[in-house]
Design a protein around this ligand. Structure first.
Ligand code: UDP
Length: 455
């Protein structure tokens, strides 16, 4: 690469979902702090929904997934969405590279979400450095890798399952595509496809940090060179080194930020349970009802994010009846909420960003995983990181109200509360250390930068 005043121009390409945009956006900000110019390209539909504001160093641009009016919801099914996205996405990504080609800052590095290997092919066609960015844990990636390479045969007929570097796993700890054969085939194909060309990528980045998964990272690094660069949480909550970096800054949903803060600020320290199921999960009516009754029955305050699409599933008059005991909002600034002193625990669907945010902010958890990697994340935070409990699911697939109430009580005031808090504080300290100057992730970011500059 020719020497330039700036480190280079990086194009970051996330898979179009909140949980994928947030980490790549944050990583782009880190690269800007290391002297790069960065552009985050989202689909046209997401761009129009989020309305991001470009700044001097971090810019936003668009490509198309072929569904400019409605994204996923416009597609017949997820398989069709992915197929069209590969075709239209490849073409519009190439157009984007060409558009920048004759400017002062042509794109010289593409960091693509590992769900989108199409980007590596495009990057290579233009002779551009291409780095895969894995948004899930190393453990989950390694499980998918094992399946992709035929090292772990499906369906699994004997348990427990041993994978080098991972704790012994039961079937229910595996990603849902594996424990429930045939579920969400299009997504399963996509997570396996992450490894279709990852060995040709110029670098492989993972949103985790070494101290969190040393055995898994050591083990997987024997077959795939990995650079753990996380946690990709805004700097304000960790090392505080990046100016004005206190929020992801992009939301697919409308925020109720001040409402949450004002309400939380009136509550005593450690007295509130925060609940959220992330941006994608859709709960059954029965599950929503069980949650609602558990919250009503429990003695703790609660702040519950119920997306607009889920609101109709709440029991009738629930919001009126809870009064000041609970606050239900459609979306919040999760980091702001988690860092509020009033929060005592996080009842989470165990999405990786949510889990990593709770670890980074030192908040104990109750896990109610729904699908995909969430079950494995729950296994880790209960048994490896020891920062909470995982709720038991009944045979009908529902976590019942008594179990929810029990788990909340256990984390809010049970015998193990102090241990959960102590461990959560330990992971927070390690997260801060990893991303701070000279920490394991910071060094890996520097290694990535020098790999790119010397390419
Ligand atoms: N999030 C948020 N406000 C909310 C709920 C979630 O800002 O009310 C953010 C959260 O901080 C996280 C992301 O949305 O960064 C969700 O990602 P995760 O991987 O946890 O779950 P997904 O949405 O992908 O299932």
């Amino acid at each position: 690469m020719e020497n330039k005043a700036y480190g280079g121009h990086v194009l970051a390409l996330p898979y179009p979902g909140q949980g994928h945009i947030n980490p790549l956006l944050q990583f782009s900000k880190r690269l800007v702090s290391k002297g790069f110019k960065a552009t985050l390209a989202t689909t046209l539909f997401i761009h129009n929904t989020m309305k991001p504001q470009s700044s001097v160093s971090l810019q936003f641009d668009t490509m198309s997934d072929g569904y400019d009016e409605g994204g996923f919801t416009q597609a017949e099914n997820i398989q069709e969405y992915h197929t069209r996205m590969v075709a239209i996405g490849s073409k519009t990504l190439a157009d984007l590279i060409i558009k920048h080609k004759n400017t002062a800052n042509p794109i010289d590095c593409i960091i693509y979400d590992s769900f989108l290997p199409l980007a590596l092919e495009v990057a290579k066609n233009f002779g551009i450095f291409g780095a895969a960015f894995f948004t899930q844990t190393c453990a989950v990636n390694f499980i998918h890798y094992q399946v992709h390479r035929g090292l772990l045969k499906l369906p699994i007929t004997s348990t427990p399952i041993s994978i080098p570097g991972l704790p012994v796993l039961e079937l229910g700890d595996m990603p849902s595509y594996i424990s429930v054969p045939g579920s969400y085939p299009a997504y399963f194909e996509m997570v396996l496809n992450q490894f279709s060309s990852s060995d040709k990528a110029d670098a492989v980045l993972v949103n985790t940090f070494y101290e969190l998964e040393p055995e898994a990272l050591d083990s997987m690094s024997k077959v795939c060179q990995l650079l753990p660069i996380g946690p990709t949480v805004p700097s304000f909550y960790l090392d505080k080194c990046l100016e004005n970096d206190n929020d992801y800054g992009l939301n697919l949903f409308v925020l109720d930020s001040s409402v949450c803060n004002n309400w939380l600020n009136t509550k005593p320290e450690g007295s509130v349970v925060y609940l959220s199921f992330g941006s994608m999960a859709s709960l059954s009516n029965k599950q929503m009802e069980e949650l609602a009754f558990a919250l009503k029955g429990s003695k703790f305050y609660f702040l519950w994010v119920v997306k607009a699409s889920e609101e109709a599933k709440l029991p009738e008059k629930f919001v009126e009846e809870i009064g000041n005991k609970g606050l239900v909002v459609q979306w919040c600034s999760q980091l702001e909420v988690l860092s509020n002193k009033a929060i005592g625990c996080f009842l989470t669907h165990c999405g990786w960003n949510s889990t990593l945010e709770a670890l980074s902010l030192g908040v104990p958890m109750v896990g109610v995983p729904q699908w995909t990697d969430q079950t494995t994340n729950a296994k880790y935070f209960r048994d490896v990181w020891k920062v909470g409990v995982r709720a038991k699911v009944c045979e009908n697939g529902i976590v019942e109200r008594e179990e929810i109430e029990f788990c909340i009580k256990e984390v809010m005031e049970g015998e193990r509360r102090k241990d959960f808090q102590k461990n959560a504080k330990k992971w927070r300290d390690l997260a801060i250390k990893a991303i701070s100057e000279g920490g394991s992730s910071d060094k890996n970011i520097d290694e990535f930068v020098s790999k790119f500059i010397n390419s």
